[in-house]
Write a protein that binds this ligand. Structure first.
Ligand SMILES: *Cc1c(COP(=O)(O)O)cnc(C)c1O
Length: 360
C-alpha cells in the first residue's frame, strides 16, 4: 500500500504549453528547456510533451546522452557547454550542440581535435554577468571558432536578467538587447535570446530561436498569472488527509508549537512534507485544496506531513483528497506564499514521490 502522495504529470498540458510558446513566437524555432530532469517532470515525459519542439536544451551532459538513448533524434543543446574534453567528444559523437561561454571552454575545444563536427553556440554576456564573453571580444572568439575544422555552425545566444521586469534600472531589457546586437553585428549565425518571460512578454526579442522553460510546465516568472497566458499546470501534487485532530482554543499544532488556535478548530494531517519537496518555509496561510476547496496550511511543515485547517470543511475526512499545487491551485500561488518561485517547487519534488502521467 503506497503513500497517497502522487505527482501527476499531464502530457497534454506540456503539449499545449509548447503551443502557447510557439504562438508567442510564430517565426522562431523552439528549444524546449528540460534541465533539472525537465523541471522535475521527467525526461521521458518531456520527450513526449515536447515532441513538436525543434530541440531540447539542458545543462547536464549525462542527461543529454539519456535523451539520445530515449530516442530523441532532433537537436540537443548543452546550455553550459562541456565541462571537460571527454564531454566534448561525447557531444560531437552524439550530435549534441554545445555552448561555449568562456576562454577556458574555447581553449578546451581548440585542443580537443574532435573527429566529428559540432554545432557551437557562442554565449554573450550582455549584462547579467553570469556566463558569456563580453561583447568586445565576441568577434575574436567567433574567428577562432570559425578556424576550427570541426566547428560546423556557429550561433549566438544571451540570457536576460530582467525579462519579467524590462525597465529594471540596473539593467533594462533594451540594454541587453543593444549589447547583444553590438556583439553580433555583421556575424553570420542564428540568434537566440528569449526565455519564458521574454517569450510571453516581449515578442520583439524572438529571433531565430526561443528558449522557454518554466512556461512549458504551466508556471510563469511574470507577475501575471499563468492562466492569463493560457498556460495549463503540467504537474499536480496530490495527497490525502491521513489524520484529524479536534483542538480547543489555546491548543498548539506541530513542532515548535508555532500555531496556536484562537478558537476550537479541526486540523487535518496531510501526507506530504519537506522530504517530499514541499517548501519547509511555507508559513501558516499557505493555500491548499481539500476536496477541491481552498483552505490553509497551519503550523510548521514537518519532514513527512503538513497540517491544514479543516474547521470550515464539514465534509473533510480521512481519505479526503488534498491538492498541494497544480490543477485548481497554481504552483505560483503556493510558491509566492512560501517566499519562493514555482521553479524551485517543481524541481524539488523528491524521488520518493510517486510520479504518474495522464493524457499521454
Ligand atoms: C533555464 C534556462 C532557460 C529557460 O528559462 P525559463 O525562465 O525557465 O524560461 C533559458 N535559457 C537558459 C540558458 C537557461 O539556463
Amino acid at each position: 500500500m503506497p503513500r497517497p502522495l502522487v505527482a501527476t504529470v499531464d502530457i497534454a498540458a506540456l503539449q499545449h504549453n509548447l503551443d502557447v510558446a510557439k504562438a508567442h513566437a510564430p517565426h522562431a524555432k523552439i528549444w524546449a528547456i528540460v534541465k533539472a530532469n525537465a523541471y522535475g517532470h521527467g525526461l521521458e515525459r518531456a520527450i513526449r510533451g515536447f515532441s513538436k519542439a525543434d530541440g531540447l536544451g539542458l545543462i547536464e551532459p549525462e542527461a543529454a546522452l539519456a535523451l539520445r538513448e530515449l530516442g530523441w533524434s532532433k537537436r540537443i543543446l548543452l546550455l553550459e557547454g562541456c565541462f571537460d574534453a571527454a564531454d566534448l567528444h561525447a557531444a560531437a559523437a552524439h550530435h549534441i550542440d554545445i555552448v561555449v561561454h568562456s576562454m577556458e571552454q574555447l581553449v578546451l575545444l581548440e585542443r580537443a581535435e574532435l573527429a566529428e563536427q559540432v554545432d557551437v553556440h557562442l554565449k554573450i554576456n550582455s549584462g547579467m554577468n553570469r556566463l558569456g564573453f563580453i561583447p568586445a571580444i565576441c568577434r575574436d572568439v567567433y574567428e577562432r571558432l570559425r578556424s576550427l575544422p570541426y566547428v560546423r555552425n556557429i550561433s549566438f545566444l544571451t540570457h536576460f536578467a530582467n525579462a519579467d521586469d524590462a525597465f529594471n534600472p540596473a539593467l533594462p531589457l533594451s540594454e541587453q538587447m543593444h549589447r547583444f546586437q553590438m556583439a553580433t553585428q555583421g556575424l553570420e549565425g542564428e540568434r537566440c535570446l528569449s526565455n519564458s518571460a521574454a517569450d510571453l512578454l516581449h515578442a520583439d526579442c524572438a529571433a531565430d530561436w526561443v528558449r522557454p522553460g518554466i512556461m512549458l510546465y504551466g508556471a510563469t516568472p511574470s507577475p501575471q498569472t499563468a492562466a492569463s497566458f493560457g498556460l495549463q499546470p503540467a504537474m499536480t501534487l496530490r495527497s490525502e488527509i491521513i489524520g484529524i485532530q479536534h483542538i480547543a482554543r489555546g491548543d498548539a499544532v506541530g513542532y515548535g508549537s508555532r500555531f496556536v488556535a484562537e478558537s476550537p478548530m479541526t486540523i487535518g494531517v496531510v501526507a506530504c512534507g519537506y522530504a517530499d519537496g514541499y517548501p519547509r518555509h511555507a508559513p501558516t496561510g499557505t493555500p491548499v485544496l481539500v476536496d477541491g476547496i481552498k483552505t490553509r496550511m497551519v503550523g510548521r511543515v514537518s519532514m513527512d506531513m503538513i497540517t491544514v485547517d479543516l474547521t470550515h470543511l464539514q465534509n473533510a475526512k480521512v481519505g479526503s483528497s488534498v491538492t498541494l499545487w497544480g490543477d485548481g491551485l497554481p504552483i505560483d500561488d503556493v510558491a509566492s506564499a512560501a517566499g519562493t518561485v514555482g521553479y524551485e517547487l517543481m524541481c524539488a519534488v523528491a524521488p520518493r514521490v510517486r510520479m504518474i502521467e495522464v493524457n499521454g
